[in-house]
Ligand binder design. Structure first.
Ligand SMILES: C=C(O[C@@H]1C=C(C(=O)O)C=C[C@H]1O)C(=O)O
Length: 436
């Protein structure tokens, strides 16, 4: 039986006073963050960063997304808002990160920061969220940022096996291929973890700066100790337009650009990868369809070039229906994320059978890996990525980190190649933890 934790009556500080003002370009958003558990959602230098906590709402169970949304509405119902910028990410903002599995003790969390700094298309803003009863003096960036401890390196990092060692994981892949050939599922996504032990407590800002620098086309995120740079956007909703970037089908990069171009062409024509991709796109398009008056699914994927891997990628878009039964007036980005999760890109096809197979053979507590991570605002619009290419810093001992990676398994999958692919997907976090 899953328990659901919503804030106890009276736990929501009220009223919240939210003030957004335009500011001069603040430079690197990530450089504004304090040490500790900073909040971030940044891509190509734009996005939002936040710190401080007005409210934290832990959630659990199959209704964790709805519980988070209810808590957010409760907060908003008592908020006094003055937003002088009015862009996505201005006004009240909540960050969230949710467990992959509904039975996971990791559950999820929504954090409402005290300060948010954002930038979009050349316009920057500062939002302060407070519990005072009135709108105070105009906030300034200098006051909001205050003193910052210098960013520290993690020092030497050693690695050890996670829940399942390499040989064990190859066996799990073999079992899954057998299950696929026996008709139990069509595709399943198998993940593994690796443990990193750093000499010094890991400063999230060190990791985030390196991830954003190395992977600018990914969404660099940090929510409550979960941090990474994901190339996969589960859903963005922006004034009625819904977008999802679906990835599935991967090859490792060799470091030789000419060879990689050849590999990209092979990827674009590989029936194994195209099949894997098709499952993922269909699962997203089918889940979005009930909420949309129209959807657009590209006929063929493009090849997304990242420094470590190449992916087959499709941007699925849709126009939200103004009113959908059960949602008034339209579902929030988090409700859409809940409807989409888990996609075939991180679970498999059919969903229920793949989920059951994962629970039976994977041997890993995924916690918030492969779950939705992102933010949403007062109107419900927001962006939710899939927590991939990421790690979780141990709250009790920030020198201990768990890195995660997974691979889509289909009938033609080879255990050794899948292990190598998972290693390639660990590269961004390994590099981000390095000192060089
Ligand atoms: C599961 C992961 O990645 C997913 C699996 C992919 C694949 O198998 O080709 C590609 C991108 C992601 O959808 C991961 O990075 O951990």
């Amino acid at each position: 039986m899953s328990t659901l934790t919503t804030p106890a009556a009276g736990a929501v500080p009220r009223p919240l006073v939210v003030r957004t003002v335009a500011i001069d370009d603040p430079g690197d958003l990530l450089a504004l963050l304090p040490d500790g558990a900073p909040l971030a959602w940044v891509r190509r230098g734009d996005g939002i960063v936040g710190w401080g906590e007005v409210l934290r709402v832990p959630v659990r169970g199959p209704d964790r997304f709805a519980a988070a949304e209810d808590a957010w509405h409760e907060v908003l119902a008592h908020a006094i808002v003055r937003d002088e910028v009015d862009l996505p990410g201005t006004g009240p903002v909540a960050f969230g990160s949710f467990a992959f599995d509904e039975d996971s003790p990791a559950g999820g969390v929504v954090v409402i920061p005290r300060v948010v700094v954002g930038r979009r298309g050349g316009q920057a803003w500062l939002t302060t969220i407070d519990t005072g009863a009135t709108i105070g003096a105009t906030p300034t960036l200098a006051t909001a940022v205050g003193e910052r401890a210098p960013v520290t390196a993690p020092g030497p990092v050693s690695y050890s096996d996670g829940a399942v060692d390499d040989a064990g994981w190859r066996d799990v892949v073999t079992r899954c291929v057998a299950a696929i050939r026996a008709g139990e599922v069509e595709k399943v996504v198998l993940a593994r973890d690796v443990r990193a032990h750093a000499a010094e407590p890991v400063d999230a800002r060190w990791v985030l700066g390196r991830l954003a620098g190395g992977y600018p086309s990914c969404w660099t995120f940090s929510v409550d100790g979960m941090l990474g740079a994901t190339p996969e956007l589960l859903v963005r909703s922006d004034k009625g337009l819904v977008t999802s970037r679906v990835l599935a089908g991967t090859i490792r990069r060799t470091g030789d650009d000419a060879a990689d171009l050849t590999r990209a062409a092979i990827l674009a024509h590989s029936s194994k990868d195209l099949e894997e991709h098709e499952y993922a796109v269909t699962s997203v398009a089918d889940s979005l369809a009930p909420f949309c008056s129209s959807t657009n699914v590209p006929d063929v994927p493009f090849v997304l070039h990242l420094p470590n891997v190449l992916h087959l990628a499709s941007d699925v878009t849709g126009v939200l229906r103004a009113a959908v039964a059960g949602h008034s007036p339209a579902p929030s980005s988090l409700a859409l994320a809940a409807a989409l999760h888990p996609t075939a890109a991180v679970c498999g096809t059919p969903t229920a059978a793949a989920r059951a197979l994962i629970a039976r053979v994977e041997g890993l507590e995924r916690a918030r890996y492969a779950g939705p991570v992102g933010w949403f605002g007062a109107d419900g619009d927001g962006e939710w990525g899939i927590a991939l290419r990421c790690a979780e810093i141990d709250a009790a001992d920030p020198r201990e980190i768990r890195l995660f990676a997974g691979c889509g398994i289909v009938s033609a999958s080879d255990p050794e190649s899948e292990l190598a692919e998972s290693e390639a997907k660990l590269v961004p976090m390994r590099q981000a933890l390095a000192t060089d």
